[in-house]
Design a protein around this ligand. Structure first.
Ligand code: HEM
Length: 168
């Protein structure tokens, strides 16, 4: 599907006029973009590394997963808003940049994975990992660890392709 028209529309928008006129603001917005990424990946890593039994082994997993959720959602909102702002300044460059498309695919995959498999499996972590008490419907330890590893891999790929846009 040809999506270049979306980038053409963004490039001709009032937002693009604004971002190109106020170039100094771009640096500030990019800083918020990167800080949001740090928050997003940091919170994600807290949960995933806990589920892999690497960090915070003595702490039950449930409060970690529950408490990191709202920060993950906030970081996602900030990163998408600042990302659109940045994209408007270089829309026509992004229209032909495969790392940008890889990043968008990774972002969509990461969100779907988090809302479906990650949430469902972490809620059913066996006591050995979760310290959540007896659970009749718990999933095997290796499944929890595989989900945690996959989640880390997806977000690492998204962040790496984001950085790569700047090089390409
Ligand atoms: C709708 C969502 C997003 C859009 C539209 C977007 C767009 C952009 C744009 C236009 C840039 C500037 C590229 C350049 O240097 O020329 C950028 C940089 C970057 N983005 Fe995103 N982004 C989004 C989400 C994300 C997410 C979810 C992550 C990480 C988990 C991320 C990580 C990065 C990184 C690491 C950079 C490079 C910053 C630098 O090198 O200074 N972005 N993004």
């Amino acid at each position: 599907m040809d999506v270049v028209f979306i980038f053409q529309w963004l490039d001709a928008s009032a937002l693009a006029d604004f971002t190109k006129t106020w170039a100094g603001l771009f640096a500030a917005v990019q800083t918020v973009h990167i800080l949001s990424m740090v928050m997003l990946c940091g919170m994600m890593m807290l949960g995933d590394l806990r589920m892999m039994n690497v960090i915070l082994k003595g702490v039950p997993s449930e409060p970690i997963i529950e408490n990191t959720k709202k920060w993950i959602y906030l970081a996602l909102v900030l990163i998408i808003l600042t990302g659109i702002y940045e994209a408007s300044a270089i829309a026509m460059k992004l229209a032909y940049n495969s790392f940008f498309f890889a990043k968008m695919a990774g972002l969509s995959m990461g969100i779907i994975f988090m809302l479906s498999l990650r949430n469902a499996v972490y809620l059913r972590a066996p006591e050995e990992i979760g310290a959540n008490g007896e659970r009749s419907e718990s999933v095997p330890v290796w499944v929890v660890k595989l989900v945690a590893f996959t989640s880390l891999l997806i977000w690492f790929t998204v962040a790496a392709s984001g950085r790569w846009i700047g090089f390409s």
